[in-house]
Write a protein that binds this ligand. Structure first.
Ligand code: NAD
Ligand code: IPM
Ligand code: MN
Length: 355
């Protein structure tokens, strides 16, 4: 039976990078026992302009009935902030995708473009940011009163904290990580104090994993100063959003970073962490690797095929030895378009899966 993949291309570079990620899914369909069928689920700013909603009911139904969702990016510069973007939150919260898994891994060929000095890179960068994905300041409780007062409430619930922190501990254990780092602002924020207490409570059940608490402000400098020292990092919604973009630049570009919005056992959503990148949209220059590595996460987390996930990663590593999109390019290296990069990775993946 074919697995149903809902596709939201979105706005700006969204359709450009999703086109390349679909090439990867087609190769997997051709060379493994998995079979995929795609179903469009339009959402975002262009859709809002047409239908007056950023997530038509039909798209949401398609997503809910799919085995997984591959999502590009949404947001248009000529719309007010949030008009397109809230579609993402409707999906994350509607499907209760409480884990946002964001790998930050520096591939060997990109070491030379990492903005950090060699000392700071140390033995290499390879961490997973696990971001709470349904609560915090994203809980959508608030409003603007007469353009005079604006409020958002930072909501952390015991249930919300427990489930993501528990996932993070189990993740660290599964991956044989020595250390788990919790990032919060417990020196001032009440929700962070609840979070930290729950981290400590659950931590007692995992005595073999070293545990540390770091405040978000200090963590932003530690991420630059000693990125090699992190393995599993668990944090709240807004903090996770911010540190993942910081991490993405350390591994070469925002265009390199992937993510999975996950509810284990349920329809989950996979997307590059970047936005619609209006400054480069429509030029066929965007880096599709973040979207392609999101397919890797989909294969691992939703389809339980870590071998295919590894093959995708290998195909990416081989490709960046040969050519690069402009954001990760070095002098004297061949500049690839979005489509060239996708094709190169696709061909590499074919040869790996044929073996
Ligand atoms: P952005 O991530 O779109 O772009 C930031 C910078 O990174 C830009 O210089 C851009 O060119 C570069 N960049 C992003 N993706 C790239 C890629 N694949 N390859 C090469 N370079 C890439 O962030 P922004 O400019 O703050 O936001 C633009 C719009 O996207 C806004 O509407 C924002 O709300 C939205 N947004 C959407 C998502 C999402 O859909 N998941 C995520 C973040 C931002
Ligand atoms: C992300 C994005 C979203 C977020 C926005 C567009 C709602 O920045 O996925 O990182 O803040 O979660
Ligand atoms: Mn973000």
């Amino acid at each position: 039976m074919k697995s149903k993949i809902a596709i939201t291309e979105g706005d700006g570079v969204g359709p450009e990078v999703i086109k390349e990620a679909k090439k990867i899914l087609r190769v997997i369909s051709d060379y493994s026992e998995l079979q995929f069928e795609f179903q469009e689920a339009p959402a975002g700013g262009e859709v809002w302009k047409k239908y007056g909603t950023n997530l038509p009911d039909k798209s949401y139904r398609v997503i809910k009935n799919a085995d997984a969702l591959l999502f590009g990016a949404v947001g248009l510069p000529d719309l007010a902030p949030g008009v397109a973007e809230s579609a993402i939150l409707k999906i994350r919260q509607g499907l209760d995708l409480y884990i946002n898994l964001r790998p930050i891994k520096l591939y060997e060929p990109l070491k030379s473009i990492c903005p950090l000095k060699a000392d700071f890179i140390g033995k290499g960068i390879d961490m997973y940011i696990i971001r709470e994905n349904t609560e915090g300041l994203y809980a959508n409780i608030g409003g603007i009163l007469r353009e005079e007062v604006a409020i958002n409430n930072m909501i952390y619930t015991r249930k919300g904290c427990e489930r993501v922190i528990k996932y993070a501990f189990e993740f660290a254990k599964r991956r044989k990580h020595n250390k788990i780092t919790s990032v919060d602002k417990a020196n001032i924020l009440k929700p962070s104090q609840l979070w930290r207490n729950i981290f400590t409570e659950l931590g007692n059940k995992f005595p073999n994993i070293n545990q540390e608490n770091i405040y978000i402000d200090a963590f932003c400098q530690w991420l630059i100063r000693a990125p090699y020292s992190y393995e599993t990092v668990v944090t709240g919604n807004l903090f996770g959003d911010i540190i993942s973009d910081e991490g993405a630049f350390l591994i070469g570009s925002l265009g390199m970073a992937s993510s999975g919005n996950i509810h284990p056992g349920e329809t989950s959503m996979y997307e590059p962490i970047h936005g619609s990148a209006p400054d480069i949209a429509g030029k066929n220059v965007a880096n599709p690797i973040g979207a392609i590595l999101s397919v890797k996460l989909m294969l691992e987390e939703s389809f339980k095929k870590p071998d295919i996930g590894d093959a995708i990663e290998q195909a990416v590593i081989e490709a960046i030895k040969e050519g690069r999109t402009q954001d990760i390019k070095e002098k004297n290296q061949k500049t690839l378009t979005t489509a060239d990069m996708g094709d190169l990775i696709k061909e590499n993946l074919k040869s790996i899966l044929k073996r």
